[in-house]
Design a protein around this ligand. Structure first.
Ligand SMILES: Cc1cc2nc3c(=O)[nH]c(=O)nc-3n(C[C@H](O)[C@H](O)[C@H](O)COP(=O)(O)OP(=O)(O)OC[C@H]3O[C@@H](n4cnc5c(N)ncnc54)[C@H](O)[C@@H]3O)c2cc1C
Length: 337
């Protein structure tokens, strides 16, 4: 567990921002992590826990210690006729776990195929796509408290999961390191095909719904729709879809009949932030190397040499324009550092 100095983070963030960490170290087990946390640097320097770097924006060099999680392992703990309970190391690549589960004929995360990042970050913002959220399959989250080095477990209920939200973004923000996550997956296929273009894609491929085929459809759709961070730096959806009062949505619909909204409760509607940005004429908008993707208005991109500050300034400009045009505040989904 060598602690390195002035370490480049360019290859550790999918935005491809050139920034450095004053100190950088990897840990591959809970014991290694606890040992690192005993180091004086952990008591004196700001800490940042890094997964795959696919949901962060570095706006400056990190003047502290970055701890990168490489804890591996996928193991079936319990199984019965209906389900399997699986323990997964926080350093496993999320998509590898999805493929592993499909290989074992388990269902529950096939719709979340190809989401970048590591398993440890998945409860953090309750990753979701194509009608599923990871909270639907998490039973417990295991973590180490940074302050005490103690190992703790939270049940699904205690994680306070919400839309792209959890206790790890609030009360436990920067206080814990998630080391493993326990999932319960079904032996009966869920076959959730109604969201997005899954049904259409299956039809085009002449495939029946099954976890494997749904994941294939999702992989195809995502590969067509989203820019590959290896080619064009980005961190997926930059903003969350705002949730507004249904009465406000109905008023806005009079002015903007095409506005896209999904009813989420009797009084609340979730608005497609991508539509708001696109309809404000910002799709493809570019300032130097920071831009709004030409096909996906919700995705901000680094055309090569954008700094984190240029990206965040672009994000602020978009937020102001959306507020002025629709009276709606949009907030970043991405963690800004
Ligand atoms: C092309 C693209 C598409 C995407 N599509 C989706 C999508 O469809 N749905 C979706 O929900 N997200 C999506 N994302 C966002 C991203 O993939 C997820 O948020 C993912 O879970 C981030 O994982 P990570 O390991 O890269 O986390 P990082 O970016 O490394 O970290 C994110 C946050 O989690 C914290 N963190 C990471 N690991 C730990 C840990 N072990 N313990 C404590 N804190 C930790 C970090 O400190 C940071 O605050 C997309 C991103 C990209 C680039």
């Amino acid at each position: 567990m060598k602690i390195q100095q002035n370490y480049s983070l360019k290859n550790y963030n999918t935005f491809g921002i050139a920034a450095t960490a004053k100190y950088f170290a990897c840990f591959s087990s809970e014991n290694e992590l606890v040992e690192l946390l005993r180091n004086d640097l952990c008591k004196t320097e700001p800490l940042f826990i890094l997964g795959g770097g696919s949901n962060i924006l570095l706006t400056q060099d990190f003047e502290g210690l970055v701890l990168a999680n490489t804890i591996k392992g996928m193991e079936v703990l319990i199984e019965d006729n209906h389900s399997s309970t699986i323990e997964v190391g926080a350093g496993e690549v999320w998509h590898d776990f999805v493929l592993w589960s499909i290989d074992k004929n388990l269902s529950g995360i096939e719709n979340l195929a190809l989401i970048p990042g590591l398993v440890g970050a998945s409860p953090m913002q309750n990753i979701g796509a194509y009608g599923l959220e990871v909270k639907d399959v998490i039973t417990t989250v295991h973590f180490i408290e940074i302050g005490s080095g103690n190992s703790k477990i939270l049940s699904n209920e205690d994680c306070n999961f919400g839309y792209r939200d959890s206790i790890f973004k609030h009360e436990l923000k920067e206080k814990v390191v998630i080391t493993k996550v326990i999932f319960k997956l079904s032996k009966t296929p869920l076959n959730k095909t109604t969201y997005g273009a899954i049904e259409e894609e299956l039809k085009n491929l002449n495939l029946d719904p099954s976890p494997k085929n749904i994941s294939t459809a999702v992989i195809n759709i995502r590969s067509r729709k989203l820019p590959d961070p290896k080619i064009l730096g980005n961190s997926g959806s930059f903003f969350k879809n705002p949730i507004i009062k249904t009465t406000q949505f109905e008023n806005l619909k009079r002015e903007f009949p095409e506005m896209v909204g999904y009813t989420i409760s009797e009084t609340k509607t979730k608005i497609a932030a991508g539509w708001l940005i696109d309809n404000a004429g910002l799709k493809g908008y570019r300032k130097a190397d920071a831009g709004v993707h030409k096909n996906q208005a919700l995705v901000l991109v680094n055309y090569g040499n954008a700094t984190g500050l240029e990206i965040i300034n672009l994000a602020k400009e978009i937020q102001e324009k959306i507020k002025d045009k629709y009276g709606i505040s949009i907030t970043p989904e991405v963690n800004i550092l």
